[in-house]
Ligand binder design. Structure first.
Ligand SMILES: Nc1ncnc2c1ncn2[C@@H]1O[C@H](COP(=O)(O)OP(=O)(O)OP(=O)(O)O)[C@@H](O)[C@H]1O
Length: 351
């Protein structure tokens, strides 16, 4: 199925948005800029990931979308409505279109599963018959029909999060904000929850904004991603591009946590010890024909071994890297490295 493209309509727009928190008074007064000068567009119908280390400003950024954190300066627009500088009353219609799920589920412990899902519908003024039908439909969607009468404490973490998703979807929002919604879950349950978010996106066309600190989560679900560091969005774009060509050290580190295709320092030391010639790390992506360079190198007496590497496919694009040990006449080896350098990025990692 095709994903929202470059020309898809913008549903959330940040323009130079900043959020500064002030804590304490007098000498103890501190200012923390949690979000600094962020401009970005989230497109209708996409799954947009926000990644960064703890304290990078992810939650604050996402809470600015529904006005839970008012911007200190800059502009925020959601589905054509202005969010910055609005009163709580003025924000009510914007918030009706936004559902939210949380890391700690935030379910009402005194309400049943069905009662939790029904709650937003009562608040939105739905009549009883419509509420009943909608709750049944949602429990079926998340696979918890049998659990309708249970209380949250009787559920596993994954089931609680599924209730959280059903509740967030109840009043048919256009946007779903998911704040670290999988970080309290084991890997299998995480995949289940991500699968539900993907279905909500595909089947109902809901735009999903997903905060995470795990690149694996971004890789398995996000169309585009923003990388945050110290309040700023330091990199933003299609997930495949961030994976194949991260521009910043922070993004490279996140990508490195899931695609271990280049040797780390320890592995490199080991490879250098056993190297018979020159070690080079070569970036591989679609259209980069490393094989043909290596075949002609072999014909000229350059002996090559692939000693480390990996290539993955994401959003229909291949990317990865190979570490090669090239041995032979110094000039032929040098010419091989130069020929590879004409095709792709080549890093010599030992002499
Ligand atoms: N209500 C608040 N008052 C004061 N400072 C705050 C408040 N909320 C957040 N901050 C500060 O703003 C910065 C960004 O916090 P935020 O929670 O947005 O980051 P995060 O990337 O979501 O982190 P985490 O992954 O740990 O949730 C942090 O330095 C945090 O301490």
């Amino acid at each position: 199925m095709s994903r929202p493209g470059e020309d898809a309509e913008v549903i959330v727009r940040f323009e130079n948005a900043t959020k500064t928190f002030v804590t304490g008074k007098g000498k103890g007064r501190r200012e923390v800029t949690a979000v600094e000068d962020v401009s970005l567009n989230i497109r209708r119908g996409e799954i947009y990931g926000v990644i960064g280390y703890s304290g990078a400003g992810k939650s604050t950024l996402v809470r600015m979308i529904n006005g839970l954190e008012p911007a200190t300066s800059g502009k925020i627009q959601v589905d054509g409505h202005q969010v910055d500088g609005r009163t709580e009353d003025q924000l009510a219609p914007v918030r009706r279109d936004i559902g939210m799920i949380f890391q700690q589920f935030n379910l009402f412990t005194s309400r049943t599963v069905a009662g939790n899902v029904e709650y937003p519908l009562i608040r939105a003024g739905w009549d009883k018959a419509k509420r009943k039908a909608r709750v049944e439909e949602l429990l079926q969607f998340v696979g918890l029909t049998e659990r309708a009468g249970n209380y949250p404490e009787q559920l596993s973490g994954g089931q609680k999060q599924r209730v959280g998703i059903a509740r967030a979807l109840a009043a048919q929002p256009k946007i779903l904000l998911a704040d670290e919604s999988t970080s309290a879950l084991d890997p299998d349950t995480t995949q289940e929850v991500l699968g539900l978010l993907r279905r909500a996106n595909r089947e109902f066309g809901i735009t999903v904004v997903l905060i995470t600190h795990e690149m694996d989560v971004v890789r398995s679900i996000a169309d585009r991603v923003a990388v945050m560091d110290s309040g700023r969005v330091i990199e933003e774009g299609p997930t495949a591009r961030i994976f194949s060509a991260p521009q910043t050290e922070t993004a490279r580190r996140f990508v490195g946590t899931v695609s271990h295709d280049a040797p780390n320092a320890e592995e490199l030391a080991h490879l250098s010890q056993h190297s018979r010639g020159c070690l080079v790390v070569v970036d591989v992506r679609d259209g980069v024909d490393v094989g043909s360079v290596l075949s002609s190198a072999a014909a000229r007496g350059v002996n090559f071994r692939i000693v480390f590497g990996g290539v993955s496919v994401l959003q229909k694009q291949s990317f990865g890297s190979l570490t090669l040990d090239l041995a032979g006449e110094p000039q032929a080896v040098e010419e091989t490295i130069a020929a590879l350098g004409e095709l792709t990025t080549v890093k010599e990692v030992s002499a």
